[in-house]
Each structure stands twice: as structure tokens, then as C-alpha cells.
Design a protein around this ligand. Structure first.
Ligand code: FAD
Length: 464
């Protein structure tokens, strides 16, 4: 009898299993794929970042080494090797998760998990055999899968989702991406850097689904356009078909019907929770209208002893959030005060420049009628950014007008994804902008832009 059976080994499931084992629970993990790590490690965060890194280095060498006085002649790349390196990075990390399971004495079962009742999970293995696990509790961490569009059928060669776009065996001449969200813009950046013409078709009139701070999304769109990405905004894709090795997509824009021809079409319109074949009906657990499993603040579902975390529950679909929820969930089971502060979860887009945020946007604060002060500082006034030759962007900090408490922070610029960590800690600890402004930041570092933005909340920047 296990104390906890975790279904799914993504960042939510595997971290929850490790924390549960640390808390002396007898734990089993069920994973239907041959490798552990879920979407994030196998076909998400990690392979996309490996390709973003390789393609950025290529572009840097090709277009910007000369600015530093480095002369290297003609630069080219070997796509097969780039893809193989990505696969190696993935393999080393998924293998690492297997090692962590072993180290923590966590039993693993490869196969599709189905909940039979609140104390039984059946594992159907690839060879057809079935094993039944008995358990006190069940944690559902089955993640998500890409959303498809009516009229646009994936053939996995010409019309693909993000998984297909991580593995194109040659650079498409023209790549059209449906959806100007994080996945579309990251993968669009990869293939543009490697030579593809990239067009992004987006239903809304702005990028990032209207969720980013407007100052950031406006600058980001301008920069991406300058880099060569074309945008068709306010455009609804109505269909796509493959003809003679080309994809023809149709879309409606401002009342006009248009067509676009391309070599590959990436459907990047978001993801939906994955609960197929999970047996929720066997325990009377219903999903909400959008297919998510609803939970309370302790990640308990409406069925006693059954918990859920990660992409399968409502909220942002982020790997580090799934991990955080996993830890909080098992700590609550053991009576420890596990907790997730959803206002302190950073969100990062790994384009160039990187884009990162935590807490509320200016628009959200205005809508909520909260009075705030804003401080902003550009990277172009920062010594390290100048030395790096990477000066596009700014840091913006939003603080409560009365208490000075930081309510939101938004960065577009070099290493924004790393820089946001300081501000996420600040939000978590309830810091004021003055706390940041009075803390010493090493010189010359990009982090000084954060300090200057905090000083600007009080109108006293020093270097501008
Ligand atoms: P998942 O990682 O989806 O894992 C669920 C696991 O459950 C899967 O392995 C699945 O096979 C298994 N499973 C499902 N049903 C069953 C069953 N019945 N039996 C057995 N096993 C089952 N997030 C970030 O934070 N940063 C990023 O940079 C980032 N980049 C991304 C890039 C791409 C291209 C994509 C697609 C996603 C990206 N994400 C990123 C999102 C991130 O991958 C997810 O938020 C994260 O993986 C969610 O973790 P999870 O544990 O909830 O589920």
C-alpha cells in the first residue's frame, strides 16, 4: 500500500513525489511515456531553450561579433548537430529525474494510469499487461496538451504543434505561426534566426494574449518586427490545407478573407488540460467547462484523498508553478504549512530581448482601482548592458502609492528571466520599492537597472 500515487512525472509530479518521499511517504509515480519529466523536459521548456540558445549564438556570431572587433569570416550552422545537442540536453535531464526517483526510493511504473477508485490506480503497460497499485491518496499531475483549431488538422509534417516545430529537419523557407503567445514567439525566434521567413497570425490586436504590461508588449512587438517577424493581428484563421508540398492557410482580417502560402504551419494557440483515460468518472470527479480539475487552496479535489496540481488545474501553465504547487500539496498532506502566493510567480519569455514579469500589470492595477507609483529605467543607461552591446529594453516597477509595497514588476531586456528573481523574492517578502533602492547592487551589473527603477518610483534615479 502506497501513501501516495502520483500520476504524471512532469515538473509538478516528479517534484511532488520527491518532496513526499523526503517527508517519509511511500511513493509511486506512474508515467505513460518511456522517459520522465513530462512536457517541460521532453517537448517544452528544455528543448525550446536549447534551440533558442543555439540559434541566438549563431545570430550573435553572424551579426554582432563584428561590433566587438571579432572577425570570424562566414558563419554557418549544422542543423542536425544543433538538433542532436538539444536531444542530448533533454536526455541528460530526463535521465536525471530517473536518478532522483532512485535516490529517493520512489517506485516508478511505466504505463497509462487509470483511477479505478480512490484507493486504486491501474497501470496499463505498453506490452498490454496491467498492474494495480493500492494507495492511501492519489495526486493527479497529468499536465496538458496542445489545443487544435477547427479546420486546421495537424499532419505532423507540414502542419505541426510545438513538438513538431522543435524538430524540423530543415529550416522552413516560410514558417507561419498561428498565435502570438509565448510558444509561438519563442519558436518563431528560433527559426527566424536560422533563416526562415516568419509570419505570426494572431486573433487579438496585440501579442501575448493581452496579458503582458502594455509598455512591454508594445516594445516587444516593435523589436520582433525589426528582427524580421511579420505580424497579422486581428486575424482569425479559418482553415489550412496542404497542396503540392505547400500549406495554404486562410484567415479573416477586418472583414476581408485572405490566404497565405507557406512551407510549414505551426499551430500555437495554447494548451488544454489532459485527463483522457484517467478514469475521473470512476470516482465521480468532474472537470470544469474548460476541462480543468478544480481544487481548493490545499490542492484537494472534490473527492476525498484525490489531489491535483500543475497544468491540469486552473491557473498559468508554468513548470515552476507546477513544482511549487506539488511541494505545497504534499506539505499540506503532512500538516506542514505549504502555500503558493500566485502574485509572486514569475513569468518569462525567452526571446531576445527576454521578457519577464511578476505580480500585477499597470492595466490590472488601474482596473482594480489601486493607486500606484511607477518607476522605470532603461538598459541603455546601464554600463554592463553597454559593455554587452545589449541595451534594448527597461525595468518597470509598480509600487503601492501609500505603502510603497511592490505590486508588480516588468522587465524587457538582456537576461530579464534571471533578473526577475530578485523582484519575485521582493514580492514574496512584501518588500517596498525603497527596500530595493536601498540595497547595494554590484557594479557593473544588469541588476543595477532594477535598483535605478526602484529609485525612480520615488523620482530619484541617479544615472539618468
Ligand atoms: P506535464 O509536464 O505536462 O507532465 C504531465 C505528465 O503526465 C506527462 O509526462 C504525461 O505523459 C503524463 N500523463 C498524463 N496522463 C497520464 C496517465 N493517465 N497515466 C500516466 N501518465 C500520464 N513552462 C515554463 O515554466 N517555462 C518555459 O520555458 C516553458 N516552455 C515551454 C515550451 C513549450 C514548447 C511548451 C509546450 C511548454 C512550455 N512550458 C514552459 C510549460 C510547461 O512545460 C508546463 O507548464 C509544465 O510541463 C507543466 O507541468 P505538469 O507537471 O503539470 O505537466
Amino acid at each position: 500500500m502506497y501513501d501516495l500515487v502520483v500520476i504524471g512525472s512532469g515538473p509538478g509530479g516528479y517534484i511532488a513525489a520527491i518532496r513526499a518521499a523526503q517527508l517519509d511517504m511511500k511513493v509511486a509515480v506512474v508515467e505513460r511515456y518511456a522517459t520522465f519529466g513530462g512536457t517541460c523536459l521532453n517537448v517544452g521548456c528544455i528543448p525550446s531553450k536549447a534551440l533558442l540558445e543555439s540559434s541566438e549564438r549563431y545570430e550573435e556570431a553572424k551579426d554582432h561579433f563584428g561590433d566587438h572587433g571579432i572577425i570570424i569570416g562566414e558563419v554557418s550552422f549544422d542543423l542536425k548537430k544543433m538538433l542532436a545537442r538539444k536531444d542530448e540536453v533533454v536526455a541528460s535531464l530526463t535521465g536525471g529525474v530517473a536518478g532522483l526517483f532512485q535516490k529517493n526510493n520512489i517506485a516508478t511504473f511505466q504505463g497509462h494510469g487509470t483511477i479505478v477508485d480512490t484507493k486504486k490506480v491501474e497501470v496499463k503497460k505498453d506490452d498490454g499487461s496491467v498492474e494495480t497499485l493500492e494507495t492511501e491518496r492519489i495526486l493527479i499531475a497529468t499536465g496538458s496538451k496542445p489545443i487544435t483549431l477547427p479546420g486546421v488538422e495537424l499532419d505532423k509534417e507540414y502542419i505541426v504543434d510545438s513538438t513538431g516545430a522543435l524538430d524540423f529537419q530543415e529550416v522552413p523557407g516560410h514558417l507561419v505561426i498561428i498565435g502570438a503567445g509565448v510558444i509561438g514567439l519563442e519558436l518563431g525566434s528560433v527559426w527566424r534566426r536560422l533563416g526562415a521567413k516568419v509570419t505570426v497570425i494572431e486573433y487579438l490586436d496585440e501579442i501575448f494574449g493581452g496579458r503582458a504590461d502594455k509598455d512591454v508588449s508594445r516594445l516587444a512587438q516593435r523589436v520582433f518586427k525589426k528582427q524580421g517577424i511579420d505580424f497579422e493581428l486581428g486575424a482569425a484563421v479559418t482553415g489550412a490545407e496542404v497542396k503540392d508540398g505547400k500549406v495554404i492557410a486562410t484567415f479573416e482580417q477586418k472583414g476581408e478573407s485572405k490566404t497565405i502560402e507557406c512551407d510549414r504551419l505551426l499551430v500555437g494557440v495554447g494548451r488544454k488540460p489532459y485527463t483522457e483515460g484517467l478514469g475521473l468518472e470512476n470516482i465521480g470527479l468532474e472537470t470544469n467547462k474548460r476541462g480543468f480539475i478544480e481544487v481548493n487552496a490545499h490542492y484537494e479535489t472534490s473527492v476525498e484523498g484525490v489531489y491535483a496540481i500543475g497544468d491540469v488545474i486552473p491557473g498559468p501553465m508554468l513548470a515552476h508553478l507546477a513544482e511549487h504547487e506539488g511541494v505545497a500539496c504534499v506539505e499540506r498532506i503532512k500538516g506542514i504549512a505549504g502555500h503558493v502566493n500566485y502574485d509572486a510567480i514569475p513569468d518569462v519569455v525567452y526571446t531576445h530581448p527576454e521578457i519577464a514579469s511578476v505580480g500585477k500589470t499597470e492595466q490590472q492595477l488601474k482596473e482594480a482601482g489601486i493607486k500606484f507609483k511607477a518607476g522605470k529605467f532603461p538598459f541603455k543607461a546601464n554600463g554592463r548592458a553597454r559593455a554587452l552591446n545589449d541595451t534594448e529594453g527597461f525595468v518597470k516597477i509598480l509600487a503601492d502609492a501609500e505603502t510603497d509595497r511592490i505590486l508588480g514588476a516588468h522587465i524587457i531586456g538582456p537576461r530579464a528571466g534571471d533578473l526577475i528573481a530578485e523582484l519575485a523574492v521582493a514580492v514574496e517578502f512584501g518588500s517596498s520599492a525603497e527596500d530595493i533602492a536601498r540595497s547595494s547592487h554590484a557594479h557593473p551589473t544588469l541588476a543595477e537597472v532594477i535598483k535605478e527603477a526602484a529609485l525612480d518610483v520615488d523620482g530619484r534615479t541617479l544615472n539618468l
